[in-house]
Every structure is written in structure tokens, then in C-alpha cells.
Design a protein around this ligand. Structure first.
Ligand code: BT5
Length: 254
């Protein structure tokens, strides 16, 4: 897989080094270890299968064979840090659209959905010291060629590209397109062009009544808008407005 990717990839930063595993606990865990050992920016860790894939807040991300699990080491500025989640989910939506024609949308803050079902999760982990980003690890998990029916914990609200398409897609081509798209958006962000406007257009959460779980706290209201740093403005039922930077969203009935 890595030879195919290296041959086809025309990027300058992302994929300078590609480390491919058949099975690992978590590509993000490995990428973080490498980043702490000063691995160069653009290093990509990719696995055919993860045995302990990580979601946010200690949750588990299931990555059986056929799905895509990869993590990218980046060195963004502090200002670019909040844009990483936007550029990554936007890159995933664009690539799904280009390669399959399927319409994907973004559920704030980090999910990509097709037909209201989760097809991809993004996890950004970073290390900041004295206002300097030491590194960020962008973790992307996508259900590409998987049948999720043997996974009852998620099969009701998750889907895969092959399930939606009725056929499998060539995974290495998908990886090349994804890394290229993330790089394009990353280079643009470095030149001062934020992914914000296009990202916002794909946000299915806006305008909906939602419940957000923020740690132990719960807020309810209408998702009114998003700020340039990606945080969400929620209009509570009493008319007051609150800004949410992270949380777990449930869409409520109107
Ligand atoms: C995420 O967390 O959605 C981020 C997932 C990031 C995974 C990538 S894979 C490469 C890299 N290496 C890692 O170890 N992680 C990253 P969160 O928003 O917390 O969602 C987790 C929840 O999604 C779980 O509690 C399940 O309900 C659901 N889930 C788990 N596996 C899933 C899957 N394959 N497809 C759809 N939903 C899933």
C-alpha cells in the first residue's frame, strides 16, 4: 500500500514519510510517539486495522479491516490549530464526493455523515507549550469497505462507503486523494485562506434544535451559527446565546 501511495502522491508536506502497519492499537498513539521523537512534519501512520482505535474522551473507534485509519503529524501555528478540524472534515467530504458521488455532510464538531449516518470521525490531538504548537496529530477514521452489520453497537447509526455505494472502492486511491486534499487546505491555511466558509456550508447542524453535552453539562437550543474558530453559537430557549467550543451533539425534533 505505501509504495502505491508514494508513487502516486504529488504532495510536498503530507506523506514525506509513510509508515504502514497491518494491525496496531491506534495510529494516533504511534504518531504521537513519533512526534515526541521529533518525526518530521507530514509523517503519516496508516493501518489496515486498529485494535484500540481512539475517539474523543476515551471513547472507542472501531476500525476493522477494510476501513481506513490514518494519522498525520503536522506543525501548525497556534492560529491554525482550530482550523485543523475544519480542513480535515472538509477534505473528507470533498474526496467522498469526487470519488463516489455520494453527498456527505458535517455534523459539528467532528463527524462526517452520509444519509444521517456516521461514516467518518476526526480526532485532533496536540501538544502546545508556551503558546507554541509542538505538534498536532490529525487522526482520520473512515468506514470505506466495511460491512458494519456485525457491530451492533454502531450499526444503527453508522454506515460505510461500500454500504452506501453497493460496491467497494480502491482504498489506496482514496488515501492518495485524501492526503492531497488535506495538504491543499493546509497550504491554503498557511497562506491565510481559512476553510471556514466552505466548511460552514457543509454543516448539517446549523439551524437545528440540538442538545449538546459538554462534560457533565447539558445545553439545549438552536444551533444558530459558527465562529471562524469553529465554535458553535447556541440560542437557548430563553433567548440567551452561548458559545460552545466542544461537545457531543444530539439533534432534537423541532
Ligand atoms: C471520533 O470520536 O469520531 C473520532 C474517531 C477518530 C478515529 C481515528 S482512526 C485514526 C486515528 N487513530 C485513532 O486511534 N483514532 C483516530 P467520537 O466523536 O468520540 O466518536 C466515537 C463514537 O463513534 C463511539 O463512541 C461510537 O459511538 C462511534 N463509532 C465508533 N466506531 C465507529 C465507526 N467505525 N463508525 C461510526 N461510528 C463509530
Amino acid at each position: 500500500m505505501e509504495n502505491f501511495i508514494k508513487e502516486k502522491l504529488r504532495t510536498k508536506i503530507i506523506g514525506r514519510r509513510i509508515i504502514h502497519y497491518i494491525s496496531v492499537a491506534s495510529t494516533t498513539e504511534i504518531a504521537k510517539k513519533l512526534a515526541l521523537e521529533r518525526a518530521e512534519e507530514g509523517t503519516v501512520v496508516i493501518a489496515d486495522e486498529q485494535t484500540l482505535g481512539r475517539g474523543r474522551l476515551g471513547r472507542i473507534w472501531l476500525s476493522p479491516k477494510g476501513s481506513l485509519a490514518l494519522s498525520i503529524i503536522l506543525h501548525p501555528s497556534l492560529e491554525q490549530l482550530p482550523q485543523l478540524i475544519m480542513m480535515t472534515s472538509l477534505a473528507v467530504v470533498r474526496v467522498i464526493s469526487h470519488l463516489t458521488g455520494l453527498k456527505a455532510v458535517i455534523k459539528w464538531p467532528n463527524d462526517v455523515l452520509i444519509n444521517s449516518k456516521k461514516v467518518c470521525g476526526v480526532l485532533i490531538e496536540n501538544e502546545v507549550e508556551d503558546d507554541r504548537v509542538e505538534f498536532a496529530v490529525v487522526g482520520i477514521g473512515i468506514n470505506v469497505n466495511v460491512d458494519l452489520s456485525p457491530f451492533p453497537d454502531i450499526s444503527a447509526f453508522a454506515t460505510s462507503l461500500s454500504q452506501e455505494l453497493g460496491r467497494e472502492i480502491f482504498l489506496p486511491d482514496f488515501v492518495v486523494a485524501l492526503l492531497s486534499e488535506v495538504e491543499k487546505l493546509y497550504v491554503q491555511a498557511q497562506a491565510g485562506v481559512s476553510p471556514y466558509t466552505e466548511w460552514k456550508d457543509y454543516l448539517e447542524t446549523l439551524g437545528k434544535r440540538i442538545r449538546v453535552k459538554i462534560g457533565e453539562m447539558i445545553e439545549e437550543g438552536r444551533a444558530e451559527s459558527v465562529a471562524e474558530d469553529g465554535s458553535l453559537f447556541l440560542r437557548r430557549d430563553d433567548g440567551s446565546l452561548t458559545k460552545v467550543t466542544a461537545g457531543e451533539v444530539t439533534i432534537l425534533k423541532d
